[in-house]
Design a protein around this ligand. Sequence first.
Ligand code: UDP
Length: 331
Amino acid sequence: MHYLVTGGAGYIGSHMVKLLFKQGHQVTIVDDLSSGHRDAVLGGELIVHDFSDRAFLDQLITEKNFDGVFHFASKILVGESVSNPAKYYRANSFATLTLLEAMRDHGLNHLVFSSTAAVYGEPQSTPIDEAHPKVPVNPYGASKLMVEMMMSDFQRAHGLNYVALRYFNAAGTDAEGLLGERHEPETHLIPLALKAVLGQKPPLKLFGQDYDTPDGTCIRDYIHVEDLCSAHLLAMQYLHGGGQPTAFNLGNGAGYSVQQVIDVAARVTGKPVPFELAGRREGDPARLVADASRAKSVLQWVPVHSDLETIIRHAWQWELKMVAQAQEKNI
Ligand code: UDP
């Protein structure tokens, strides 16, 4: 198969490209490198371009005759989406509308879309299944939900086949240690904890210790990036096999608290994680845990790397590799 991967130089997209390539597929990556990294693309053809340029898309789709699209390219900072909503509606919703129109006009019908648990908003029940009300509490979640609504309408009107994958907390890096998380700015718990161990970042700020959870810190569902990618591949195969357009949660169904992450990070690195107590971060629910049983039963998806220890071990391997590379450059 020949697949188009938007955002394939980013964190999750680059892991997807690696998987597709390993499986023998042809891959064309479109990434404007606004947050991705050229050296994260381990296979396929990278085209550095804005995926939402309609004339470019028309030419690309005509030329390459893709069998499907994995659409990762998006802005992902929740806080920034609150202060600059236009950026999110433009980059995540409006730009994707252009992609959908181009796909429609060229008869390119199979789309696996990176959605998010943020479409659900404040959890009304836990674990969260796909039927949970969708009431996003920030423009990031709203911008992704809008795409889900557009895809559903395109399905009705034009026969688009799509799967929306609602990620919980993507984490970890590939087991071989070739790829990793390189966000700028970094806001995610696990890389910040590990960088604090290395002294590259200040002590981790632990956001809130007074939540209604066993140890008082927030609980999240961390899912290994390679497990996320295997679900994408299964979702595309599901579409090619005639599966109905739908959405799946991707999480491992086991929540871990911030304190547990700190404890496991200390065990894996062999060093204490420097941290200080901070107030609650705005918009953080106490507990976000997926009911991912639909993805498991319909797609036969089996997450294999998503225990916290493995996730942190892989992430630590990547951080150490980055340190070694920086040292080599300085020699
Ligand atoms: N968190 C924290 N300190 C940080 C970053 C995150 O205590 O510097 C907490 C955050 O409050 C949440 C969990 O770690 O409960 C995961 O946050 P992250 O930003 O990694 O992912 P999110 O759940 O926001 O998608």
